[in-house]
Design a protein around this ligand. Structure first.
Ligand SMILES: Cc1cc2nc3c(=O)[nH]c(=O)nc-3n(C[C@H](O)[C@H](O)[C@H](O)COP(=O)(O)O)c2cc1C
Length: 318
């Protein structure tokens, strides 16, 4: 190709990437959950589900703090009252109602006075027109860690937030990585990368991540899954996250099948926070996908139930 041809391609790729980035910026600005969330019923509903999850997460720790979550519950009820006032009842908020009810029960059983919050919850239900919502326990006690058939692996996997104090050998981690390497990827580029951290390095990475406050000392090790941006063309901006995400989920299931419990931990942060990953030895061309905390489960382990939506809410037949 001539120098002119190279230059033409270079400027064309730059122009198209800029146009795509601008379009992504505009769409993110419009659809992100941080801005004008109370003006959009879907955004408000997702906020409610996120805040409700912090309560169920609190209940799934090894030793939940006495009286935890009262302020969070109040804040959540405020948002739900706002939702009820603006939009009325929608089954999409039913999980949050179940979690609130479970949280109130959990706190009463641990000796907390929940009279005021319980009264407010009853009023909230009335505001919603006393809907029928699933009454379930917020936590499940896993008496048995199932790892047999594929169905057992899928149904037996839960995010675990405490683990046995037992080292995880390199052999079992390598076995999981080998199994997970069978994940499909666009043009078989296999651009995922993994970084295994244990002991002090693991604790430091989890402290940086910040989403495991209260259980950062629990995982025996963690695996940071990244994807190498160098594998992707200028019109494939999101492909690293797709290939990397598929790989990460596969790795979680492979670990589960090898009797290891896991907790996926978000890497969804602004670029200034992500820049600190360089200090952990992660090259700048790799984008973080997720950190997987892992360890052997206790013989009996309490996990958040994390109720699933009906498939009719999430699927459309075309
Ligand atoms: C990308 C991703 C990031 C997550 N980040 C965190 C986190 O920072 N802290 C945490 O406690 N759980 C985290 N989780 C776990 C979710 O809360 C959990 O998957 C969800 O509630 C469903 O529960 P389950 O995994 O037990 O089925 C994360 C999960 C995913 C997939």
């Amino acid at each position: 190709m001539t120098v002119y041809g190279h230059l033409k391609n270079y400027f064309q790729a730059r122009r198209k990437m800029l146009a795509d980035s601008w379009q992504m910026f505009r769409e993110n600005l419009k659809y992100n959950a941080s801005i004008r969330s109370s003006k959009d019923p879907d955004k408000l509903c997702y906020m409610i589900l996120r805040e409700a999850h912090t309560l169920e997460k609190g209940m799934s720790l090894r030793e939940p703090r006495q009286g935890f979550g009262k302020q969070k519950a109040e804040h959540l009820m405020e948002r739900m009252e706002e939702y009820a006032g603006r939009y009325g009842y929608n089954p999409a908020v039913s999980n949050a109602l179940s979690i609130l009810e479970g949280y109130l029960q959990f706190s009463r059983e641990s000796g907390e006075n929940m009279d005021m919050l319980s009264e407010r919850f009853r009023n909230l239900l009335e505001k919603f027109g006393n809907p029928d919502y699933p009454r379930t326990d917020c936590t499940i006690v896993m008496e048995e860690f199932k790892t047999g058939s594929f169905e057992d692996v899928i149904l037996g996997r839960h995010s675990c937030r405490y683990f046995k104090k037992k080292e995880v050998g390199v052999e079992v981690i390598n076995k999981a990585l080998e199994l997970a390497s069978h994940t499909p990827s666009a043009c078989n580029r296999q651009a995922w990368r993994t970084h295994v951290f244990s002991e002090e390095a693991c604790a430091k990475l989890l402290e940086w991540q910040g989403g495991c406050r209260g259980f950062e000392d629990e995982p025996a090790a963690c695996i940071l899954v990244t994807a190498d941006r160098k594998a992707f063309l200028h019109y494939e901006m999101f492909q690293p996250y797709i290939d990397g995400g598929m790989y990460a989920m596969n790795l979680i299931n492979c670990l589960q099948s090898l009797s290891l419990a896991t907790i996926p931990l978000s890497c969804g942060f602004h670029s200034d926070k992500l820049a600190a990953l360089r200090g952990f030895g992660i090259p700048a061309n790799e984008v973080p996908i997720v950190i997987i905390g892992l360890g052997y489960p206790e013989d009996k382990v309490r996990v958040a139930a994390s109720i699933r939506k009906q498939i009719s809410e999430t699927n459309t037949f075309h």
